[in-house]
Write a protein that binds this ligand. Sequence first.
Ligand SMILES: *Cc1c(COP(=O)(O)O)cnc(C)c1O
Length: 381
Amino acid sequence: MPSSVIELSQSALQNNFTFLKEQFKNTKISSVIKANAYGHGLNEFINMAGKCGINHFSVFSSREARKVKKYLTFPADIMIMGWINDDDMEWTISNSIDFFVFDFERIEKFIDTSKILGIPAKIHIDVETGMNRTGFAQKDINKLIKILLANREYFEFKGLCTHFAGAESIANYKRINDQIKTFNRLHKLFLKNNLIPEVRHTACSAAALTYPKTQFEMVRIGILQYGFWPSNETFIHYLSKNNIMTDPLKQILSWKSTIMSIKTVKTGEFISYGTSYLAQKDMKIAIIPVGYSHGYARNLSNQGRILINGQRVAVIGMVNMNMLIADVTLINQVALGDEVVLIGKKGDLTINVSSFAEYSDQLNYELLTRLPTEIPRVIIK
Ligand SMILES: *Cc1c(COP(=O)(O)O)cnc(C)c1O
């Protein structure tokens, strides 16, 4: 038996996609599944999303695209937003994989490869609008347009895109709005040159909800589909704009383990490595076989909360590489093999990733993507 398992709820995912489809009525959703589907488990997640009617997936790299291609059991588009291994361009084009093009080196590479294969590449032109990450600089757009016009037979213009520099925070309001204006101006320039992208896509989760005009024909949705908000600010903004009080999303992931060992400790003893936790009473403690090597952040030492037998209890002492210790003094009935909820629900109580992430100063995103692939994933109703 593994020391912990991750459960994925199909009904929670369905709930989230129902909500998202209501928000983005005339807009296609590309499901962003980079980084092992934000730690949820790539293979499991793809199939769950397929059951919810999703047929467009975005990944970071050609390596991830290869995995998605292997796991897919239904027709769907795959889009690479970042890295393509040098020797993967041929595979990418011949497998009809969409990909971002953000510099002249990649233009040359795809044109050369398309010529050899006799297959047009499915490209999305990524334009730099202000984040200063990937994307064609504005000063290069005319040169880019010339090259594209001269090589029309080697590509399908699948999309025009950009990425916003922090749509989850109001502090970036002006920057985001400037990016939107720049994007619209560049789009017009392409149209004027008779280069017409099939879709425009700019929005991640935060932008799509907070700046509806960024939705265009497609949105790239990551964190929301997993049931998390990009930031507390985005959540509050959504609630107040729609005058509702409850979270419309459901987290699909639960992380569970079991009690490996139980013992008592006398007043005045230190618990775990070092001196960070001193027993100030006679205590009963439970040892859980999960530690920072399994993705349970070390800065949850003396901070984390977990659920055991319907009660919320504290993680005490340092989180070790493979184990953590919980204070179960106040739980009467506790035995080896009892279920431990590290993330998720039990009865009325919840340990959610956002509170967990606050304790440990990690973003949702970071915590999720650090959940090791080795932990088994189980799909539940
Ligand atoms: C990760 C990513 C997204 C999705 O972001 P979320 O905040 O998780 O919705 C969208 N676009 C690009 C380019 C990304 O890298």
